[in-house]
Design a protein around this ligand. Structure first.
Ligand SMILES: [Zn+2]
Length: 260
């Protein structure tokens, strides 16, 4: 399968890997930045440090947690995580760039972060690209092909072309509340989505459509319901005011998914 658009291995000093049959382009650009030694958090590319997240997830009843130790990775740990990531995504419809390890304070960090730009067989664009863990990238790709696109086709007769990302990796506690549990965003295990754009250009934003009686509203409510399970946590406008304009999807492992 041809390499995904926008994933040309430019500025890659080491190597790029394109693995079939799935469309996957793991650009090992980060290897060029010093895999021989421990990655330095200060060397993390600017693109790995997203703007502050205005949309914190909120989960009631969470216990207070003291400040967690900083996360650091040895070169061996980072390399092992990268190898596992490439293997994990070899059979998934994912186009992403493998970034340098993110070493953060207070329990934040990722050994093998991805800059995820395209997911699914129909190459849905993540705009802007999301910094996520490998496991979430795989979950998002499968959800796109098995939940999102079938529902879009049934609802509108066309597929989704773009997902509007409003938050992915960010080092913070839930609800930005000191003492709260660490956010799944701080592990690269969450994506906040504000809108879906169909192939025709039709935009379905969560804000303003969620409670409407239109087919847009029906699509969003069905999508929220059907995403519960593929993702361990699904939060939307009914959860609280912080989520009135976006879906929070994360890959938390639970006995039963937490969705509201
Ligand atoms: Zn979120």
């Amino acid at each position: 399968m041809e390499q995904a658009a926008g994933q040309k291995p430019v500025n890659v000093a080491c190597l790029s890997v394109v693995i079939g049959p799935a469309r996957i382009a793991i650009l090992l650009a980060a290897l060029a930045t010093g895999m021989a030694g421990r990655a330095d958090a200060r060397s993390t590319p600017d693109s790995v440090a997203p703007a502050p997240d205005p949309h914190p997830e909120v989960e009631p009843g969470q216990p207070a947690v003291e400040t967690l130790p900083p996360i650091r990775f040895t070169a061996d740990e980072a390399q092992a995580a990268r190898a596992l990531c490439v293997i994990r995504l070899a059979t998934e419809n994912v186009a992403a760039e493998l970034l340098a390890p993110i070493e953060g304070e207070d329990g934040c960090g990722l050994a093998a972060p991805l800059m995820l730009s395209l997911i699914g067989a129909a190459t849905v664009e993540i705009r802007p690209p999301a910094t996520v863990a490998c496991t979430l990238a795989a979950t998002l790709a499968r959800w796109t092909d098995t939940v999102l696109q079938p529902l879009a086709l049934a609802s509108f007769g066309e597929k989704v072309a773009t997902i509007t990302n409003v938050s992915s990796y960010v080092c913070r506690r839930r609800n930005r509340r000191p003492g709260a549990r660490i956010s799944e965003h701080a592990r690269g295990n969450a994506l906040d989505i504000a809108a879906f754009t169909l192939q025709s250009g039709r935009i379905i934003a969560i804000l303003g459509n969620w409670s409407s009686g239109t087919d847009n509203g029906e699509f969003l409510r069905k999508l929220h319901e059907r995403s519960c399970g593929p993702f361990g946590t699904v939060l939307g406008p009914d959860a609280n005011d912080a989520h009135k304009g976006h879906f929070h999807l994360d890959g938390t492992a639970r006995k039963s998914a937490f969705c509201e």
